[in-house]
Design a protein around this ligand. Structure first.
Ligand SMILES: [Zn+2]
Length: 445
C-alpha cells in the first residue's frame, strides 16, 4: 500500500467505556459492578453496534476471539514464515504457493490459483447470502536478492515486507483458522485470497484480474488487509503514471549544434509541470520522480526520459491535472522545435502509460464502513478513516463496497530495508477486529 493519509472525515470515537467483549473475555460477568459499564455502553450503541456487541458474545465467535489472543504466537510465526519467502515484483509465486498450502492445512476448500497467480479459497456458509472477499497481497517492492531474514527482538520483528504485507497475510490466515476451527456460523460465502502485484510495478494486476475473471460479478463486498495499525481505508487515491521520452537523432554538442535537443525539451516540460496549479481539497499531487538520458557532456542526447506520477482521491481532479500535464508536454515539444526553426532534425514526444489506478470512495454511510467502525468500537480500538492506494481501489472504482483494514500492531519504514513490525501488547486485536468485521458483514444484515 502507499502511505495512507487521514481523511478529513471523522473516524470512530475513542471508546470511553469497556466493551462487553473486554468484560466477557478478560473478566467474566460475575458481579453488578462489572456489568454496569457494559450496560451503559449498550444503551448508547446504535443498532449495528449492539449487533456487533452481541456477535462478539456468540459462543463460536467468543472462542475465536479468545484464541486469537491466547494463540497470538501462531499468527506471528506465520507472519515470519511468509516474510522469509522472497516475493519481488512479478516473482511472488513461491510465496503464493506457501500461502495456498497454509490455507489447505486450515481445511479451506476449493483452493485454486487463477491465471494471474492469485490464490483463492472458499468457505461456504450455512445458507445463501452475499460473497465477501478477504485478501492480503503477496508481493513486496523489494528486488531479488534482498535479505528477508526476520530479526526478532521481543515483540519487534524486523525485515523488508514484515508489515506490508506479511502482517496482512498473517491476519487473513489467523482469521481463517478460527472461522474454520470453531465453525463460526454465517450465511453466504467467504473467499480467502492472496493477491499478486499490488505494489507499484504490479499496478494492482492481481485484483484487476479478480474483477475481470470468473468471479467478477459475484463479489458483493471486498476487504483487503494491508499494513499495520487499526485504520480503515475507504478513500482510494487514484494515480496516473507515465514514462515520457523526448527523442531526436542526437549529435555532437559543437558540430551538430542548432537542432532540437531532447533533454532541453524535457527541461522545458519539467518547468511547466513544476508550475502546474494543484488543489488541496480534493488533494492533487504531481511529481517528476526519475530522469534519465544522455550520452556524454559533449553530445546532444538522443533522448530525455522522465517518470511522472499524478495522484488524487478525486477522479475528476485527477483527470483534470492529467489533461493539463499532456498540454504541458506538447507545449514543451513545440517550443523546443520553434527554438530551432531552421533545423530539419526531428524531435518526437513518446508517452508510455506505466500505471493507472482509479480513484473513488466507499461512502462513510455504507454498510461495510459502518460495520468496520462498529466492530472497532466493540473491540475497543480507535479506527481513523484514511485515504490510500491499495487493492481496494479496483472494487471501489467499480462500485463494489470495499475497504482496506490494517492488521494491528505498529509498523515502521514500509517499503524500506529497515521495515519493522511491533506487536507490542495488543497486536492480536488486529485479527480479532478483522474476524468480527468479516462475520458481522456475513450475518448482521
Ligand atoms: Zn501493501
Amino acid at each position: 500500500m502507499s502511505p495512507s493519509v487521514p481523511s478529513r472525515r471523522p473516524g470512530s470515537t475513542v471508546p470511553a467505556l469497556l466493551s462487553l467483549l473486554t468484560l466477557s473475555l478478560a473478566a467474566p460477568l460475575t458481579g453488578g459492578a462489572q456489568a454496569k459499564p457494559a450496560a451503559k455502553a449498550a444503551a448508547k450503541a446504535t443498532a449495528l453496534e449492539a449487533t456487533m456487541d452481541r456477535l462478539a458474545l456468540q459462543p463460536a465467535v467468543a472462542r475465536s476471539l479468545a484464541a486469537l489472543q491466547t494463540d497470538n504466537e501462531w499468527t506471528l510465526r506465520e507472519q515470519i514464515a511468509l516474510c522469509e519467502i522472497p516475493a519481488p515484483p512479478f516473482k511472488e509465486a513461491a510465496r503464493a504457493a506457501a500461502f495456498r498450502d497454509k490455507l489447505a492445512a486450515l481445511g479451506v476448500q476449493q483452493l485454486r490459483m487463477d491465471k494471474e497467480g492469485n490464490v483463492i479459497g472458499e468457505i461456504r456458509g450455512t445458507g445463501p447470502g452475499p460473497t465477501l472477499l478477504l485478501s492480503g497481497h503477496l508481493d513486496t517492492v523489494f528486488p531479488e536478492g534482498t535479505n528477508v531474514k526476520v530479526k526478532r527482538e521481543g515483540t519487534k520483528l524486523s525485515a523488508p515486507g514484515i508489515g506490508d504485507d506479511c502482517r496482512g497475510l498473517a491476519a487473513v490466515l489467523a482469521t481463517t483458522r478460527q472461522i474454520m476451527a470453531n465453525k463460526i456460523p454465517f450465511t453466504g460465502r467467504l473467499l480467502v485470497v492472496g493477491t499478486m502485484g499490488e505494489e507499484g510495478p504490479g499496478n494492482l494486476r492481481g485484483v484487476r484480474a479478480l474483477f475481470a475473471g470468473p468471479l467478477k460479478d459475484s463479489i458483493d463486498m471486498f476487504i483487503s488487509i494491508d499494513g499495520t495499525g487499526f485504520g480503515i481505508t475507504n478513500g482510494a487515491v487514484g494515480s496516473n503514471r507515465y514514462r515520457v521520452s523526448y527523442k531526436g537523432p542526437g549529435g555532437h554538442s559543437y558540430g551538430a549544434f542548432g537542432m532540437p535537443n531532447p533533454i532541453h525539451a524535457m527541461g522545458r516540460a519539467i518547468a511547466k509541470i513544476a508550475d502546474l496549479e494543484a488543489a488541496t481539497n480534493p488533494k492533487v499531487t504531481f511529481n517528476v520522480g526519475l530522469v534519465s538520458g544522455g550520452t556524454s557532456v559533449n553530445s546532444i542526447s538522443a533522448d530525455g526520459v522522465m517518470d511522472i506520477d499524478l495522484r488524487s482521491e478525486s477522479a475528476a481532479a485527477l483527470a483534470d491535472i492529467d489533461a493539463r500535464l499532456h498540454v504541458a508536454l506538447r507545449q514543451a515539444l513545440a517550443e523546443e522545435k520553434a527554438r530551432w526553426p531552421k533545423s530539419t532534425m526531428p524531435l518526437a514526444l513518446v508517452i508510455d502509460t506505466t500505471g493507472l489506478r482509479p480513484a473513488g470512495t466507499t461512502p462513510d454511510s455504507s454498510f461495510i464502513v459502518r460495520a468496520s467502525l462498529a466492530a472497532a468500537r466493540t473491540m475497543n480500538v480507535y479506527t481513523p478513516l484514511t485515504i490510500s492506494s491499495t487493492d481496494a481501489n479496483i472494487p471501489i472504482s467499480k462500485g463494489v463496497p470495499a475497504v482496506t483494514l490494517d492488521g494491528g500492531g505498529v509498523g515502521r519504514g514500509a517499503h524500506s530495508l529497515d521495515e519493522s513490525y511491533d506487536d507490542r501488547t495488543d497486536g492480536y486485536k488486529g485479527p480479532q477486529w478483522i474476524l468480527l468485521v468479516v462475520i458481522g458483514l456475513l450475518t448482521a444484515r
